[in-house]
Design a protein around this ligand. Structure first.
Ligand SMILES: NC(=O)c1ccc[n+]([C@@H]2O[C@H](COP(=O)([O-])OP(=O)(O)OC[C@H]3O[C@@H](n4cnc5c(N)ncnc54)[C@H](O)[C@@H]3O)[C@@H](O)[C@H]2O)c1
Ligand SMILES: [Zn+2]
Length: 357
């Protein structure tokens, strides 16, 4: 097991990465000094898989489920959870525990941030994406009909328990999406991790815990370091958006139902590599190397919207305000202002090379 200490919320919190952690949850919480009454909120699909084991591990805790995936991130669900906490007599020193993917940790984190102006939250992420990304860093949010993640709060967890065994039941497509964020982390900050991913990408996508443990831990360390430098997202944290400006725009322009977030980010990273080469940040050899890695990701057969439509969506996106993340050399990133014309060219180059246009 790896135990990382992540700064956030004016303290540091442990992130545990390993196997067999779910069944040890009660002992882990005690060992980490987390006490108080526990209210567990689990993604209903995840609860069906692991609920019984979790009840055994946390016999005193109260349990409730939330809708699977993104459907949980609504004000209605938040209100329902505030109600469960209030009816159960939970106070601000008690503990909310999220079990599920990033959607669950975003909702439960938001509820914990606001209930009694803030109660401790522990995340038990069960998707690769939430283990390496969503559960670490303290951002929480629910969606609004006008925009995803529109309403939220910064609320660092007290503990994150990432049990790699839970990834065994995750659909392969979801594991690839998590790997996209791992590749992103490597490309912006860790050239050695890029090399490791080049060697083992497909094997990692199989979800084998022994292979994943060091990789997940390194990706978390990268996110933690970036967040530590800029917890409240004033500048440096933007490098985590590598591949996301155009990725988000592609998600929006395809209506959020044809491309998973990670798949859109893979395409966004490919376009960002073209742009990084064009700006002279990456030399051609490096660019080809990164593109070779990114084209190993399986993508659904989707007709991609025109560059015009993507740029239009990007302008509406709050993350698209002129700031763009480029990489180069591999393992280093910067945020720079990039004109739309260059984004347009990068999309065209992406489409020329894309088999799935
Ligand atoms: N707060 C942040 O910093 C941050 C960062 C990245 C993403 N996010 C948010 O995270 C969300 C995406 O998270 P996600 O990719 O984890 O998806 P998700 O939470 O929507 O889960 C995806 C699907 O996997 C299922 N699932 C979860 N664990 C499983 C398991 N072990 N076995 C089988 N099925 C399982 C869920 O039921 C769901 O249907 C988005 O809402 C995004 O906005 C937040
Ligand atoms: Zn992402």
């Amino acid at each position: 097991m790896e135990r990382l200490l992540v700064p956030g919320g004016g303290r540091t919190y442990p992130v545990l990465v390993g196997t067999g952690l779910l069944d040890e949850l009660g002992a882990i919480l005690a060992r980490e000094g987390i006490s108080g009454r526990m209210a567990v909120f689990a993604d209903e699909a995840v609860y069906a898989l692991f609920g019984e084991r979790m009840r055994k591990a946390l016999p005193e805790a109260s349990f409730a489920t939330v809708p699977a995936g993104e459907a949980a991130k609504t004000i209605r669900e938040a209100e329902r959870l505030w109600g469960i906490l209030a009816e159960g007599g939970f106070g601000r020193r008690d503990v909310a525990i999220s079990v599920g993917g990033g959607a669950t940790s975003d909702l439960v984190g938001f509820v914990a941030a606001t209930y009694h102006r803030g109660m401790p939250v522990v995340h038990v992420p069960t998707t690769l994406l939430s283990q390496v990304d969503a559960s670490v860093g303290g951002k929480t949010a629910i969606d609004h009909p006008l925009a995803k993640n529109l309403v939220g709060a910064f609320h660092a967890p007290h503990l994150v328990v990432a049990d790699l065994d839970t990834l065994g039941t995750l659909p392969a497509r979801e594991r690839w999406c998590g790997l996209a964020e791992v590749v992103k982390a490597a490309l912006i900050a860790d050239a050695d991790l890029v090399a490791l991913l080049e060697e083992r990408l497909e094997a990692l996508a199989q979800g084998e815990a022994v292979l994943l443990e060091p990789v997940v831990a390194r990706a978390i360390r990268i996110k933690a370091e970036v967040v530590a430098a800029d917890e409240f997202d004033h500048g440096r944290r933007q490098v985590l958006n590598f591949g996301h400006t155009l990725g988000h725009a592609l998600e929006t322009a395809t209506g959020f139902d044809r491309l998973r977030h990670g798949e859109a980010v893979v395409l966004g990273m490919r376009a960002a590599v073209h742009l990084s080469r064009r700006l002279g940040r990456l030399d051609s050899k490096e660019a080809e190397r990164v593109l070779a890695l990114l084209t190993r990701f399986p993508l659904p057969d989707v007709v991609l919207p025109s560059p015009e439509a993507v740029l239009c969506a990007s302008r509406r996106d709050k993350k698209g305000a002129g700031a763009f993340v480029t990489i180069g050399p591999i393992g280093e990133a910067r945020v720079e202002v990039v004109e739309d014309a260059l984004l347009f060219d990068a999309l065209e180059t992406l489409y020329e090379g894309a088999a799935n246009r």
